[in-house]
Design a binder for this molecule. Structure first.
Ligand code: ADP
Ligand code: ASP
Ligand code: MG
Length: 469
């Protein structure tokens, strides 16, 4: 028995035309696989709009969310009107859209009165986009003659209570999926499951983090023991660089799980960074494909593709970062400074994206998101008060507006000279490198550069190391 799990991203259901295109893909694959499960994101821009509505409502602006409700109503109505007929499910679905948007407005009113939006409330609010889009796609598939049912992932994906970035509890999730989803699949029904969302054991709605529908698809793929997981998006696959920065970047036909993990972790938006974890364990092949160009094969992601030695396959970047440096001659040889530094950083819930320490032990520097800099510096100054007073530590400073640029390729492993090719390319482009780190997997090299040099650095690595490498 063959099983396929397919996820459609926001642009793939961003309009009536996109829904039609996505449904075409679903109906075609439904002919080819014994069991087909579909996961869907909110229509493009909807999650952003829901967040904006909640934030503005919380900050004493009682108008913006009303305008957003009106705008979301128009967008969803337009899609439903075009997709469903008056003698079919149209009226019912428009009423469903109204119900969810009324719920959104009610949440925003409460948030407005309270003057704050908790992560838990934010998850309840942002889950609404997927709840609506799944119902539209399922209804449209029924209109096209398929047996389909919308299913909320709150019934399937059990998570912890880390709102906005919840962690799935796989055992419980597997049991729910077996009980709720497998019978539908075995009966030939195509479930359309909401991406991005889950619920705690007690049933409180959570989300898996922005872009989390990819992760939902991988979780379902794992729990259904799928033969393959496909994610459908608006580009031809994973490309050698972000196409918005390098317009002529090419699609990479095959990547390893490790390479894709590095790419996603270091900023390539095309897949959520946690997507790989569930598929790795069962070696389930993952494909990234283009809804609007479905005959293009896309990118295949598997355990061990062949990699030519020394090959750099892709370059990516994370913006909005700062580099914090703790330095002082008195740090040399003092045990525990690094541990105390990172304990202080962790106490502020800041995620450290990269670390580098000078071998003389006179400085430790690390990269964190810019908004976390003030609390982190404050925590460090408290932790190191004694060392600062004694001048063992001279200063704790931050450099804002930096970007991590990462070159990825398993073929770098054990091949000398790749790093020097990257540095050479940046040198010829006159780009200053602020710090360097190599991933322990040896399938990536990361460099920190000033934000205004990032696009040049990416283009330079793309043209000199990837294309002409
Ligand atoms: P979806 O809504 O389908 O999940 P996303 O917007 O989350 O789509 O991700 C796809 C987008 O990721 C592309 O449109 C592209 O602009 C961006 N992107 C960034 N880096 C890459 C890359 N290396 N390869 C492909 N797309 C990339
Ligand atoms: N709709 C969610 C977001 O915009 C999840 C996703 O698109 O994957 O983040
Ligand atoms: Mg996405």
């Amino acid at each position: 028995m063959t099983t396929l799990t397919m996820k459609f991203g926001g642009t793939s259901v961003g309009s009536a035309e996109a829904f039609t295109q996505a449904a075409g893909v679903v109906l075609e694959q439904a002919q080819k696989w014994d069991r087909l499960a579909v996961i869907v994101s909110a229509m493009s821009g909807v999650t952003d709009a829901l967040i904006q509505g909640a934030r503005t409502a919380a900050s004493s602006d009682g108008r913006t969310y009303r305008a957003i409700v009106a705008d979301l109503r128009v967008r969803h109505y337009r899609a439903v009107d075009a997709l469903l007929t008056p003698d079919g499910e149209r009226a019912q679905l428009l009423a469903t859209v109204d119900d969810y948007l009324d719920e959104f407005a009610a949440f925003c009113r409460s948030v407005h009165i309270l003057g704050e939006v908790t992560p838990r409330a934010m998850d309840a609010i942002t889950s609404l986009g997927e709840r609506i889009s799944a119902r539209i796609l399922a209804a449209y598939l029924r209109r096209r003659g398929a047996r389909s049912e919308a299913v909320d992932a709150t019934e399937l994906i059990v998570t912890d209570a880390t709102f906005q970035n919840a962690v799935p509890l796989m055992e419980a999730t597997r049991a729910r999926i077996a009980a709720r989803l497998s019978p539908l699949l075995d009966d030939g029904v195509i479930p359309v499951v909401t991406g991005f969302i889950g619920a705690t054991e007690k049933g409180v709605t959570t989300t898996l983090g922005r872009g989390g529908s990819d992760y939902s698809a991988a979780i379902l793929g794992d729990c259904l023991d799928a033969d393959e997981v496909w994610t459908w998006t608006d580009v031809d696959g994973v490309m050698a660089a972000d196409p918005r920065i390098v317009p002529d970047a090419r699609v990479i036909p095959v990547l390893s799980y490790g390479e894709v993990s590095e790419l996603a972790y270091f900023g390539a938006k095309v897949l959520h960074p946690r997507t790989i974890r569930p598929v790795v364990e069962r070696s389930i092949p993952l494909w990234v494909k283009n809804t609007f160009n479905p005959t293009c094969p896309g990118t295949r992601i598997v355990r061990e593709p062949e990699s030519a030695p020394g090959t750099v396959k892709a370059v990516t970047a994370i913006e909005g970062l700062s580099m914090v440096t703790v330095e002082g001659r008195g740090m040399m040889g003092v045990p525990g400074i690094a541990a105390r530094t990172f304990a202080a950083v962790a106490s502020q819930d800041a995620s450290v994206l990269m670390i580098s320490q000078a071998s003389s032990e006179q400085s430790i520097c690390f990269i964190i998101p810019t908004p976390t800099v003030p609390p982190v510096i404050h925590a460090l100054e408290e932790e190191m008060a004694l060392e600062l007073a004694r001048r063992d530590i001279d200063q704790i400073r931050s450099l804002d507006d930096v970007v991590i640029v990462t070159a990825v390729g398993a073929g770098m492993r054990g091949t000398p000279g790749v790093a020097s090719r990257i540095f050479g390319a940046l040198g010829r482009g006159n780009i200053n490198i602020i710090a360097i780190a190599q991933g322990s997997s040896e399938c990536s090299v990361s460099l920190v550069v000033a934000a205004d040099a990032a696009a040049d650095a990416i283009q330079q690595i793309h043209s000199e190391v990837i294309i002409n490498g």
